[in-house]
Design a binder for this molecule. Structure first.
Ligand code: FES
Length: 160
């Protein structure tokens, strides 16, 4: 009788140990899958973001995309430019101030004009840009790689 109890206890302990080992394996597998998962998903910062139809952005407008961390600029001549909201001084998020017609950094007072050019230092250069693609009437912004630029040049604008 005692041997039988001892066996079932051993059996129970072995089952528990196996269950714990299986759980640990699942956790490691889950962590590995998370690590292997692409860092960015379409539609989010770090990936391709569909801004919308070209017609929805009037010439001379600036539209913020908080999830994409960029502003979409549409110049008066219809050209598009996407700028990263990250200040080129120390990285604070700039905001667009329509009344002043400029981007303002809250941290150390840098100002940038409509195209992201520095108007007031300490920012050392224009806001970084993201590649813009226009496909079948929609504006897409590739937020995977900010492009450093010293200043705005008209060839940075993209046309439909
Ligand atoms: S981080 Fe923008 S001015 Fe310093």
């Amino acid at each position: 009788m005692k041997a039988s109890t001892e066996m079932s206890r051993r059996h129970f302990l072995r089952l528990g140990a196996n269950a714990l080992a299986a759980l640990a394996t699942l956790e490691i597998l889950g962590a590995s899958l998370l690590f292997l998962k692409p860092r960015s998903m379409e539609g989010e910062f770090g990936g391709m973001v569909k801004a919308g139809p070209t017609d929805s952005f009037p010439p001379g407008s600036i539209t913020e995309f908080p999830d994409g961390r960029f502003f979409l600029i549409r110049a008066k001549d219809g050209g598009f430019l996407a700028v990263y909201r990250r200040c080129t001084h120390l990285g604070c998020a700039v905001s667009w101030e329509p009344a002043a017609n400029e981007f303002v950094c809250p941290c150390h007072g840098s100002h940038f004009d409509f195209y992201g050019d520095v108007q007031n230092p300490p920012a050392p250069r224009a806001l970084d840009a993201f590649a813009v693609h226009i496909e079948e009437g929609d504006v897409w912004v590739d937020t995977s790689r900010p492009q450093s630029r010293d200043e705005f040049k008209s060839d940075q604008l993209v046309y439909a």
